[in-house]
Design a protein around this ligand. Sequence first.
Ligand SMILES: NC(=O)c1ccc[n+]([C@@H]2O[C@H](COP(=O)([O-])OP(=O)(O)OC[C@H]3O[C@@H](n4cnc5c(N)ncnc54)[C@H](OP(=O)(O)O)[C@@H]3O)[C@@H](O)[C@H]2O)c1
Length: 252
Amino acid sequence: MDLNLNGKTALITGGSRGIGKAIALALAQQGVQVFLNYLRNKKAAEAAADEIEAASGQRPLLFKANVGDQEKVQALITELKEHTDQIDFLISNAASGVLKPGLELTRRHLEWTFEINTYALLFLVQAARPLLPQGARVLAISSQGASHVIPDYAAVGASKAALESLVRHLSVELAPEGLHINAISAGVVDTDALKHFPAREQLISNAASRTPAGRLTTPEDVANVALFLCSDLAEMIHGQTLVVDGGYRILA
Ligand SMILES: NC(=O)c1ccc[n+]([C@@H]2O[C@H](COP(=O)([O-])OP(=O)(O)OC[C@H]3O[C@@H](n4cnc5c(N)ncnc54)[C@H](OP(=O)(O)O)[C@@H]3O)[C@@H](O)[C@H]2O)c1
């Protein structure tokens, strides 16, 4: 299906692995020029660029920056401006966070988690605003912990709840400028991120067995919804969080 995205540009934060890489790949295959941000793992970023180039014929440029640091985000956008004067799709996907019970969390744990998972969206929109044309799409990636309790997920869950709220508020502020800001809330996706969960195996097997659709959500499932939200088909969707989890979350 031609989604009419050919020739557009996208910045994907945390685009070197997992869900971000799948979104970058899906956009590149639609003819979008993609710019990938990563933080620490250059090898993975280069491998993602290889994979995207092989699949789309275009090699993405890589930008190392901590999106939780406002100055680094500004520097990233300044560097990006040397290569494009427009960002049609701004995908705020990178995330991190401290996995601990709520009562063990310190101020620094919360600050670290919120800076990367929540503030980054605001830093990115503020810095990139001059480059966002009428009709631009901003997407944030959220998770079930925004609305449900997951063991050791207090900091990340709270940061994602704040992220979804920020999406709604920014959406109303910027819709008059023709900007669309939405979130995708993914089910459990077996990426490197899960390696940090103490009960990874249990989390995966529980999600797989309880999901009405009969399988885990994949990075490609999330990327397909990102494509939809970036397309003209989603013209009237503003400030929403779309859940992509095979029906897992609607179970009692
Ligand atoms: N996996 C799941 O089950 C799941 C479910 C729901 C929602 N999500 C959300 O989906 C998004 C992607 O998750 P994932 O599972 O694909 O993660 P992942 O596989 O762990 O990949 C994380 C990516 O983010 C980058 N990154 C981390 N901290 C960064 C920072 N401060 N600045 C810039 N880049 C940074 C990493 O780059 P380096 O490798 O260079 O550090 C990497 O590219 C996140 O928002 C996550 O919360 C995931």
